[in-house]
Design a protein around this ligand. Structure first.
Ligand SMILES: O=C(O)CCC(=O)C(=O)O
Ligand SMILES: [Fe+2]
Length: 270
């Protein structure tokens, strides 16, 4: 079972995410925002052919650096409910958390299942993944189209965040994140999940993102994915989320200062 909560219910969202490892926030993002993001991404999606290799089922269009390609995605990253729920999971273990990646995933028909995985697995053997370890990551998927059982809604294994890391999930334990356009599925870095096959004629579009503890390396290098000349046009809180502000005054500084990217000259200078 994947719990659903209302867009304003941060406390219920945080407790459901902690208990089940996944929660769906219904109708969180306005369709006007989704449509703006998709319009901004359209030329990039148009220029991409379905593919993506076996990890993406061979029939997905994947765009990285969505925040740099679609400025309208900034309001998703700073959504109060998304951040409120993430605060509850990640703030106990960091001074600030940061964006680990932004991507768009358009799943086309005739692909394969994405292998089940945990998003935190790219930290390799260097972190403690025991059920008692702190959470390192919160991932989220904004439904850019309706997500249905037929069109490739993400499959997740509720409760798997409490499993020993070597327990392998069976497909029968997965539940799909069926949700309306604008709804957001959030899951923990330790929750087992994967993209499903699209058995319809129309693509399934998801806008994916994640936040990691501010002292961990981001999966997608945000300073290259969203360089200062683009970041300077984004709101201060989004710049901070991308990692342009230090974690504490001693981690991530340049020239001894706590920067925000206001001008090209302000970056990397005294
Ligand atoms: O697109 C999906 O349904 C899931 C994608 C995913 O889990 C990933 O790219 O890590
Ligand atoms: Fe994933």
């Amino acid at each position: 079972m994947i719990p659903h909560i209302q867009a304003t219910d941060i406390d219920a969202g945080a407790s459901a995410l902690g208990e089940h490892g996944v929660v769906i926030v219904d109708d969180l993002i306005d369709h006007s925002v989704i449509d703006s993001v998709l319009n901004e991404l359209e030329p990039h999606l148009e220029a991409t052919r379905p593919g993506g290799g076996t990890f993406y089922g061979g029939q997905a269009k994947r765009l990285s650096a969505v925040i740099a390609k679609a400025p309208s995605f900034a309001s998703v990253l700073s959504n109060a409910t998304l951040l409120g729920i993430t605060d509850a999971v990640l703030k106990p273990n960091c001074n600030r958390y940061i964006v680990t990646l932004t991507a768009a995933l358009e799943v086309w028909p005739n692909g394969d299942l994405q292998p089940l995985h945990r998003d935190e697995q790219h930290y390799g053997p260097y972190l403690d993944y025991s059920p008692e370890a702190p959470e390192y990551l919160v991932s989220f998927m904004v439904a850019g189209t309706e997500f249905t059982a037929a069109n490739g809604a993400t499959r997740l294994v509720p409760g798997s965040h409490r499993w020993p890391v070597d327990r392998v999930a069976d497909e029968s334990e997965t539940v799909q994140a069926a949700m309306s356009k604008g709804s957001v599925a959030m899951w923990l870095g330790s929750t087992v999940h994967g993209m499903d096959i699209n058995r319809t004629k129309f693509p399934r579009t998801g806008l994916v993102g994640g936040f990691c503890l501010g002292w961990l390396r981001q999966e997608e290098n945000q300073y290259l994915a969203c360089p200062p000349e683009i970041a300077m046009n984004l709101p201060d809180d989004v710049q901070a989320l991308l990692g342009y502000r230090p974690h504490t005054s001693l981690l991530g500084w340049v020239g001894g200062r706590d920067h925000k990217v206001q001008t090209r000259q302000a970056v990397g200078t005294e």
